[in-house]
Write a protein that binds this ligand. Structure first.
Ligand code: ATP
Ligand code: MN
Length: 479
């Protein structure tokens, strides 16, 4: 058996010494031909390995370079050096894999996030990305834990779908046609009858419609899977491939929905505050340094950790779209024309600058906006009695903007069909969806939370490309 090793995190957490261990990891630095900083990804703190002078062959020492992988056996002893309580006095060192120091792209110095994005296959080996992806892991784990504790069923919705009616975003086509010469109809359009699925298919933009079907049997379900949008917008908060969490609950109205979303966000943030302290401290310091580069008036006042604690300790602000429009209209930003899109009338869709004004300048905390104009929202949202608005909710977070989009669903068959006709959505294609309203329909609600936006919020990373291992964005699908 090869894998008889102790993780570095475990060693550093343990204060005792004078015992034998085996560790394996990658060299971060090698100083004075004696001190190896070894990292195995379990923590950002390296284990200092002491290779006593004269004990090892010169030919071996030459191979201990940044990026090389080692297996070290030795004894844990109290450290004389500053910065660590213990170190490993090596008895044997085996180089598992060499790393040519001249060619290794990660030098022991600070690299820009942009440069690291180009070498995303190696960036896990930096402190910043190691912390980000360990936190991402913990958040994903907390998502499953939260729903499991609440009795929700985890539902795997399809990634390839034929329904194009949701209107959530531009879709990627899925086909195995020869792209040079696909079969055509008489009118010149592509004839999908002979395509793999016998019809036009695409990558899913949301698992919601299928989620609703299952909620009509299990009461409470959630999905957590990849979602695709051919967004041609190159922003710091949009990816072409991202992960979405979509709970769907029977017997929930919009208020129940908002309550669940708020409880959920607080729960997962509390989970990482409790379990990822070391990484969050590191990311918090990283962000503070980054903030210091900005002019005083653009800096965020709270540290990352303070921001997260603030979110878990305070209620989200709740207000209607109509109330938000009034605030925006009356705002200095609107009056002094500081918004790119001025708010002039009720009914307009909010731009991210407006959302950010509300959360960052006005309320200074997460905001749940409800009851949007029906013209700017999807067909399945429940129509309010005023005839103008639907029971929608968006949750907006400081620094990110929209993090959750959700609604109470229209459970009344006649109202739903009427709205679909108004919006030219085929009731035949979605007949299976309408069946839920025909057979035992109930008030129900759900929401979608973009996982990467949550990871951004929690880690303080400003670009969404830095919180997913291998980002897919316009003109980029490397690795
Ligand atoms: P936005 O206005 O920010 O584009 P949206 O209204 O298109 O968002 P929804 O369709 O409501 O978003 O999707 C639900 C959630 O999925 C959003 O609240 C957001 O967190 C996330 N999301 C949407 N589009 C993307 C994307 N391209 N990349 C990453 N996350 C996204
Ligand atoms: Mn969008």
């Amino acid at each position: 058996m090869f894998n008889k090793r102790t993780r570095i995190k475990e060693l550093l957490e343990n204060d005792t010494h004078n015992y034998e261990v085996t560790v394996m990891g990658w060299v971060r630095t090698f100083r004075n031909n004696q001190f190896i900083a070894l990292n195995d990804g379990s923590t950002n703190n390296n284990l200092q390995v002491l290779a006593e002078l004269g004990k090892f062959e010169e030919s071996l020492l030459k191979r201990i370079t940044t990026g090389a992988s080692l297996k070290v056996k030795g004894e844990i002893i109290p450290s004389l050096g500053k910065g660590q309580k213990i170190e490993l006095k090596a008895n044997s060192i085996e180089v598992l894999g060499d790393s040519d120091a001249e060619k290794y792209p990660l030098q022991p110095k600070k690299h820009s996030l942009e440069f690291l994005r180009e070498i995303a296959h190696l960036r896990f080996r930096t402190n910043t990305f190691a912390a980000v992806f360990r936190v991402r892991h913990s958040l994903a784990f907390a998502v499953h834990r939260f729903f499991n504790e609440k009795g929700f069923v985890y539902l795997h919705t399809p990634i390839i779908t034929a329904s194009d009616a949701e209107g959530a975003g531009e879709m990627f086509h899925v086909t195995n046609f020869d792209l040079i010469n696909p079969p055509k109809n008489e009118d010149g359009s592509i004839n999908f009858k002979n395509d793999f699925f016998g019809k036009a298919t695409n990558l899913t933009v949301s698992g919601q419609l299928e989620g609703e079907l299952a909620a009509m049997a299990f009461s409470d379900i959630y999905t957590f899977g990849p979602t695709f949008r051919a967004e041609n917008s190159n922003t710091a908060r949009h990816l072409a491939e991202f992960w979405m969490i979509e709970p769907e609950m029977a017997f929930y109205d919009l208020e129940d929905n908002a309550n669940l979303a708020e409880e959920f966000i607080k729960y997962i943030i509390k989970y990482v505050l409790g379990n990822n302290k070391e990484d969050l401290d590191f990311l918090s310091q990283r962000l503070s340094k980054e903030e210091k580069q900005k002019p005083q008036n653009e800096r965020i006042e709270m540290s990352l950790i303070e921001k997260l604690q603030f979110v878990t300790n305070n209620n989200f602000e709740r207000l209607t779209y109509t109330e938000a429009i009034e605030i925006l209209k009356e705002s200095n930003y609107n009056k002094k024309k500081k918004f790119q899109y001025l708010i002039e009338e009720w009914g307009v869709d909010l731009q991210s600058e407006h959302e950010r004004y509300l959360v960052e300048k006005h309320f200074k905390k997460p905001v749940i906006l409800t009851d949007y104009p029906k013209q700017i929202k999807a067909f399945y949202m429940r129509q309010n009695d005023d005839g103008k608005t639907v029971a929608a909710m968006d949750i907006l977070a400081p620094g990110i903007g929209e993090i959750v989009g959700g609604s109470q669903r229209e459970e009344r068959l006649d109202k739903l069909v009427e709205r679909m006709k108004e919006m030219h959505i085929s009731t035949e294609e979605l007949d299976w969806y309408l069946d839920t309203r025909r057979f035992g329909t109930v008030p129900h609600s759900g929401f979608g939370l973009g996982f990467e936006r949550l990871v951004q919020f929690v880690t303080g990373m400003t670009n969404i490309r830095d919180v997913i291992p291998f980002p897919r964005t316009p003109k980029s699908a490397e690795f």
